[in-house]
Design a protein around this ligand. Structure first.
Ligand SMILES: [Zn+2]
Length: 143
């Protein structure tokens, strides 16, 4: 069974820019105006499934889209991320990098703001250095 990106023709028709390996298109549920997705042309779900060339192709398009969003939407900064796995909120099983243009005074829609989620805000305490070293060691051992 194919995913929405591969079965809904409008999504391919919405291509902003593309190369042999990937294409960029506006999401139909933007967090801010100009919110764009970049996907590999192959229907694969995760970063691990991408070839090195696909990764480069995706980042090249991201670079071009960011430059364009500065002009088209007055972007002054960006949030970029992808959700990987159903538990993390990946609803379409086709890898897609989110490019969310940010500008002064924007709020995002539906109260969703990656800046609040990704950064330590409010009264969250910094993790002690000893704990960070333990985390570093644990991840290194797993490499
Ligand atoms: Zn797909």
């Amino acid at each position: 069974m194919k995913c929405a990106f591969c079965t809904i023709p409008e999504i391919k028709e919405r291509e902003i820019i593309g190369n042999d390996l990937a294409w960029a298109f506006p999401t139909n549920i933007p967090i801010t105006p100009g919110h764009t997705l970049v996907s590999p042309r192959r229907c694969v779900p995760t970063l691990a499934d991408l070839t090195d060339n696909e990764r480069v192709g995706i980042l090249e398009l991201a670079d071009e889209v960011m430059a364009a969003l500065k002009k088209s939407h007055g972007a002054q900064g960006f949030n970029m991320c992808w959700n990987e796995g159903v538990l993390a909120g990946q609803h379409v099983p086709h890898f897609h990098l989110h490019i969310i243009p940010r500008s002064e005074g924007d709020e995002g829609l539906l109260g969703y703001d990656p800046r609040s989620m990704l950064y330590r805000t409010g009264d969250r305490e910094p993790t002690p250095e000893k704990e960070l070293r333990a985390i570093t060691d644990a991840i290194r051992k797993a490499l």
